[in-house]
Design a binder for this molecule. Structure first.
Ligand code: AMP
Length: 111
């Protein structure tokens, strides 16, 4: 499943390995969060697992990572002062609009 998606370039793997730079907002042993390069809102952050996971379908045996991602979202919303209102979006699979083959949570806010 998701063979088409897995063939795409994965910039987030390069961000995790340090080959690509990012504007980091949070990092812990489980996740990394940074500003989106093409923001769709005044504040647009991406939260990614450090583990190689392509999409939600691959989280079945490790749903703990989703919890870690939402915990990071809470902390980021507080630190960036958007906790009164923001969107959390997962584009999942090519048909779901996912372009980058590494699980990521979009946090959009700041309007
Ligand atoms: P999606 O369509 O859900 O796969 O979203 C991928 C997101 O990653 C888009 O909003 C892109 O702007 C963003 N993106 C792609 N490459 C980078 C990068 N090197 N640094 C930060 N954001 C990126």
């Amino acid at each position: 499943m998701f063979a088409d998606l897995k063939m795409k370039f994965n910039p987030f793997a390069k961000i995790i390995s340090g080959e690509l730079e990012c504007k980091k907002v949070l990092e812990n042993e489980h996740v990394l969060a940074f500003y989106d390069i093409a923001p769709q809102a005044p504040v647009h952050i991406l939260v990614i697992p450090k583990q190689e996971i392509v999409c939600i379908q691959e989280c079945d045996t490790d749903s703990r990572i989703l919890n870690e991602m939402f915990k990071a979202a809470q902390q980021i919303a507080k630190s960036l002062k958007i906790e009164d209102g923001y969107k959390c979006i997962f584009n999942n699979g090519t048909k779901g609009g996912q372009e980058v083959p590494h699980l990521h949570l979009h946090i959009l806010g700041g309007w």
